[in-house]
Write a protein that binds this ligand. Structure first.
Ligand code: DC
Length: 216
């Protein structure tokens, strides 16, 4: 079984995808983490989005590996576990920028399709239903209004002890939505055959139950 779960930043895709994978005992692949790892590699090596040759060379040398440790997805670059670093704010911005580049997309889509060929899985991202797995058995497009998404993100950060400005988070989310949906290659958009779920007024449990009811 292949399940595609797309939608904008902060809509709760990863929470829902993890719960589905656990319930159905299938693999979960967080494709955003892969774009983040590529962006981190470019940042660490001082490569900017307009350096086409360096980007292509970097993709040949990157040694990007996805591992599962105690059920959690971990990202490795040249043997280093970068799972925490890819969540930094600067990396979120860079991931949105580098994910607009065709060589980066070609490189990662190939890895994602290979994983899906070998495993029953749920993939979350922006272009899973439209590009990575156009023949997925089930497709969902999960969204919520940007203020609600910003409040959820603020809550997560507050729980980690950080002081946050919800309005600023909302602006950053809207900027990423704009970047992700206006790029030339595989922009964020709902696949025609995807089920739209607006979670603005739904709890995580409600979203999961809604999806499970469709799957089973
Ligand atoms: O889901 P996320 O926030 O971790 O994703 C980080 C960035 O990667 C996001 O700005 C868009 C990009 N991305 C993408 O272009 N295609 C995907 N399938 C997944 C993520």
């Amino acid at each position: 079984m292949k399940i595609a779960l797309d939608g904008p930043a902060g809509a709760g895709k990863s929470t829902v995808a993890k719960a589905l994978a656990q319930k159905l005992d299938i693999m979960y692949l967080d494709t955003g983490a892969m774009y983040r790892a590529v962006a981190l590699y470019m940042l660490d090596n001082g490569i900017s989005t307009d350096e086409q040759d360096k980007i292509e060379e970097a993709l040949e040398n990157i040694q990007l590996v996805v591992k599962y440790e105690n059920g959690a997805q971990k990202m490795y670059l040249k043997g280093e576990d970068v799972s925490l670093r890819i969540r930094e704010n600067a990396v979120s911005k860079a991931a949105s920028d580098f994910s607009a580049l065709q060589p980066v997309r070609v490189f990662l889509v190939k890895m994602q399709q290979e994983t899906a060929r070998q495993n029953d899985c749920v993939l979350d991202g922006r272009d899973i239903g439209t590009c990575v797995l156009p023949d997925a058995d089930f497709k969902f497009y999960l969204t919520a209004d940007s203020f609600e998404r910003a409040k959820r993100r603020a809550k997560e950060l507050t729980e980690k002890g950080q002081i946050v400005d919800v309005k600023k988070i909302q602006q950053e989310i809207e900027q990423r939505d704009y970047n992700d949906s206006h790029r030339d290659f595989s922009p964020l958009k709902q696949a025609e055959d995807a089920v739209l779920i607006d979670s603005t007024n739904m709890t995580v449990e409600e979203v999961i139950n809604y999806v499970i009811n469709i799957l089973l």
